[in-house]
Design a binder for this molecule. Structure first.
Ligand code: IMP
Length: 432
């Protein structure tokens, strides 16, 4: 589909998260009627720059910064109501005219005991910590799948909420107290706090699956905004160093109630290099001055936790794997400007394990940790590319680098990010 056509577009991270999805979502949101988040929670951190102002969003879809759009938090998201309230208030305080926000009845809630459990479990893992964001994400999804969770719709029913909360608080407190020897929140305290969020949830709660499917029928443009990235997917990521949801494209269907036949395009946001936060193997990691330089130039520090991100060269093994598991139709390459000024740029085209060449991303972390990157080296470019609007005006070596990424991944590049602002985006192919 070309410019002006109507479409449903899923946007996902293709690496370990932090690919710059916030900016791409914000850019595409301009043409979308509805922006939907479908998984994760406030472990995400989307930085969006509007004019000269920087916004950091964790839970609310990035589309909220476009007045007039409908923003939806889908059933696949886990919601910390305290964070929701704070995030909405901080936007209001900054004078942002908020677009309409709906929250699905079926979305699960993060409770105070989830946050406590996340911390306690991490501490208990000792040297094998996962490096979670400690926002209670994993324990909230664990409750969902063990059928103990509390959903938005449950909280809107006073009696249902009181019963579930009492049962869960008692169970979790036993676990926290006896097994993790940690202090616990009492039931009454939690109920008092959460009663304060009921009005907010009631105001925004809806059957969002129905709203989205009706919108699709009437030909609206829908943008599904992924958080995290493919390698953090609970099934396909570097398990156990993953998050507890599905940041891959299929997650958009499950996390909103939209069938796969209703999806037109899947855009993979891919950084011109690779980064990772938290623990786990990372074949192209640069533990040297080059890694420091990329971290500095790319401002690679976590939006949610402030942690320095581990940095490395672009990894085609990951890009191809991600293309396959997401069914990518287009790439949005971000942060190309960060590589400006380098004499040479490396691309990892395969892994080497002993004497064997490996092209497929391994399931075993032990194997992945032993993989050596096989590099191809390309000449860099020295020019400042941050004001370039047209792909033809990029330095020849930057175009060669992009052409090589397309050739190796077999996915066309639709958008190129050359700076933090909305306007610093080169459109190669219109997506809506
Ligand atoms: P959790 O999602 O807080 O359970 O953390 C599990 C893993 O996912 C950790 O390695 C986190 O650093 C990572 N993670 C979670 N959210 C993000 C994100 O938005 N960007 C990058 N990494 C993330």
């Amino acid at each position: 589909m070309g410019c002006g056509d109507l479409a449903t577009v899923i946007l996902v991270g293709t690496q370990w998260g932090d690919e710059g999805k916030g900016k791409v979502t914000d850019f595409l949101a301009e043409k979308a009627d509805i922006v939907v988040r479908f998984q994760g929670g406030n472990n995400a951190g989307h930085t969006v720059v509007v004019g000269d102002t920087e916004f950091k969003l964790h839970l609310i879809p990035s589309g909220i910064l476009h007045p007039g759009k409908l923003c939806i938090i889908g059933n696949g998201v886990v919601i910390d109501p305290a964070v929701l309230q704070k995030e909405l208030q901080s936007l209001i305080d900054r004078g942002i005219p908020l677009s309409k926000l709906l929250i699905d009845h079926r979305a699960h809630l993060i409770m105070p005991y989830h946050r406590l459990l996340d911390e306690a479990e991490e501490k208990n893992r000792g040297a094998n910590q996962l490096g979670t964001t400690k926002r209670g994400i994993g324990p909230a999804y664990a409750d969902k799948y063990s059928r103990e969770g509390i959903r938005v719709v449950d909280m809107l029913d006073d009696q249902e909420f009181a019963e579930k909360l009492k049962k869960n608080t008692n169970n979790k407190n036993r676990l926290l107290d006896k097994y993790y020897q940690t202090t616990v929140d009492e039931y009454d305290q939690t109920q008092l706090e959460y009663n304060g969020y009921v009005a907010l949830l009631r105001k925004h709660a809806a059957d969002c699956g129905e709203v989205i499917n009706e919108a699709i029928k009437s030909g609206k443009n829908i943008l599904f905004e992924g958080a995290q990235g493919a390698l953090l997917d609970i099934d396909f990521g570097t398990y156990p160093y993953v998050t507890s949801s599905h940041p891959t494209a299929a997650g958009a269907c499950l996390g909103t109630g939209v069938g796969p036949t209703n999806i037109d395009k899947v855009i993979g946001v891919i950084k011109a290099y690779t980064t990772r936060v938290g623990e786990g193997p990372f074949p192209t990691e640069l533990n040297d001055q080059m890694g420091d330089l990329i971290r500095r130039q790319g401002h690679e520090f976590g939006t949610t936790t402030g942690r320095p991100r581990r940095c490395g060269w672009f990894d085609v093994v990951i890009a191809r794997y991600s293309t396959r598991i997401n069914g990518l139709s287009h790439l949005a390459v971000t942060k190309l400007d960060v590589l400006s000024g380098l004499a040479e740029i490396k691309i990892c085209i395969a892994y080497k394990l002993n004497d064997q060449i490996i092209n497929n991303f391994p399931a075993s972390l032990k194997v992945l940790a032993q993989c050596e990157p096989v590099y191809e080296t390309m000449p860099g470019w020295q020019e400042d590319i941050t004001e370039i609007k047209n792909i033809a005006d990029l330095p020849l070596n930057a175009r060669r680098y992009l052409d090589r990424l397309t050739e190796l991944t077999e996915v066309p590049v639709a958008l190129i990010g050359v700076g933090q602002k909305r306007s610093q985006t080169i459109v190669v192919e219109e997506l809506f």
